[in-house]
Design a protein around this ligand. Structure first.
Ligand code: ADP
Ligand code: MG
Length: 391
């Protein structure tokens, strides 16, 4: 029988009403004859009792600030396990046979990068066996285990990656990502409410959006789906139809995304000699957007989260570099079609920023995406003016 994987995010599993809406999609797929695998995130957001941030806070309070990454993963993984037990029990109460599994029981093997582990492979046998018995299988997202049996988590938004990887290894017909918006919009609808939703878009376009901060889907999820050539659909839990289908075909848009990343720190590494390939690799690993920017004076600029300042200082010592930090930084990017003249586009946007008194620290174009580093206070205005210039 064909398999479908359905992932439900934090808001979708947060309350009894929302779980009922989720069940509607699960029951529909099951009644259509699919074998259904449900992947769930932790319930709710910051402040909700079992949300990821609440669990981290609990640990931080006890640990007096510094928390070991391994123990942090242990407590974070609980959020999805609670959600799995709750969701599976609810689905069962509605007359379906279910099996509830942690990520480890579901055969998800990862690297030992606690807090940001990568999936190495998935053993499809445990889930397939439970599907064969007629169960709807509910799996805890965002988690896996190392070869040694240590519990890991996959980084913020990692449940999307759990779903895409399970879809790939189970040879699913479709992976559906259910969330609180009706698909992928050109830009975050919280910033530009009139931003249109896109019905069809390519893996590469969404990878560029997600790598540059569009948090609607985790970049590794899209990369996994591309590797297995599994179609992904992003849609709203609270609507029957609609949604964005992500596959090999490009969207019909010249500019398909304006992602924004906020609250960043600019780490400026400088030393007399250039960095060799191995050293650049280390700078790339530190960066939160997979880029190293060069400023006019030849310094290497890496964008990081504020929590990474300590790691940046350690790396600077290792590289015998000077490092300076600049706070309250944001980055707005423009994802464009391969046929677009990026030089023209950059010129237009630079002029637009100038007209609107938005200083640009630096900009760079890479892989059909132009990135502009600006001050965080200008972030939403920057998105808004770019959107209204092209739409
Ligand atoms: P979930 O908990 O379901 O994974 P997320 O909060 O991770 O939900 O992702 C959904 C949110 O992503 C939306 O509420 C929206 O504000 C945000 N978002 C950012 N960029 C986009 C975009 N281009 N299209 C749609 N939503 C976006
Ligand atoms: Mg998410």
């Amino acid at each position: 029988m064909a398999i479908i994987v359905q992932k439900f995010g934090g808001t979708s599993v947060k309350s009894p009403e929302n779980r009922r809406a989720a069940l509607g999609h699960i029951a529909k797929a099951k009644n259509m004859g699919y074998d259904v695998v449900v992947v769930v995130s932790a319930m709710g957001r910051m402040g909700d009792p079992y949300a990821t941030d609440t669990l981290i806070d609990l640990l931080k309070t006890e640990a007096g600030g510094e928390v070991s990454p391994k123990k942090k993963d242990l407590i974070m993984a609980c959020g999805e396990i609670i959600s799995t037990a709750v969701m599976a029990s609810y689905i069962e109460s509605q007359g379906f046979k279910t099996e509830a599994m942690t990520g480890f029981q579901a055969g998800i093997l990862t690297t030992a990068d606690f807090g940001n582990a990568e999936i190495i492979k998935v053993d499809p046998k445990p889930i397939k066996e439970k599907l064969r018995e007629g169960n709807i299988v509910v799996v805890a997202g965002f988690q896996g285990q190392t070869e040694k049996g240590e519990i890991t988590t996959l980084g913020r938004g990692g449940s999307d990656t759990s779903a895409a990887a399970l879809g790939g290894y189970l040879e699913a017909e479709l992976v559906e990502i259910y969330t609180d918006v009706p698909g992928i919009a050109v830009t975050d609808p919280r910033i530009v409410p009139e931003a249109p939703f896109i019905s069809k878009i390519s893996y590469d376009e969404v990878i560029a959006m997600a790598d540059n901060g569009a948090k609607v889907i985790h970049p590794r999820a899209v990369k996994a789906a591309k590797k297995f050539n599994t179609p992904l659909k992003v849609k709203s839990t609270f609507e029957e139809d609609g949604g964005t289908i992500i596959g090999p075909a490009e969207s019909d848009l010249t500019i398909s995304g304006i992602p924004l990343q906020r609250n960043l720190v600019e780490a400026k590494f400088s030393r007399a000699d250039k960095y060799n390939d191995k050293e650049t690799e280390k700078l790339l690993k530190l960066s939160c957007d997979g880029s190293v920017y060069l400023d006019s004076a030849g310094a290497s600029i890496v964008l990081i989260d504020s929590e990474q300042e300590k790691s940046a200082k350690i790396l600077a010592e290792e590289l015998k570099s000077n490092v300076e930090f600049y706070h309250d930084i944001a980055k707005v990017s423009v994802v464009y079609k391969s046929t677009v003249d990026s030089r023209m586009l950059n010129k237009e946007i630079t002029e637009l920023f100038l007209e609107n008194n938005i200083p640009v620290v630096i900009h760079q174009s890479l892989n059909n995406c132009s990135k502009f580093i600006i001050n965080d206070k200008d972030a939403t205005k920057a998105v808004d003016i770019i959107f209204h210039r092209y739409f």
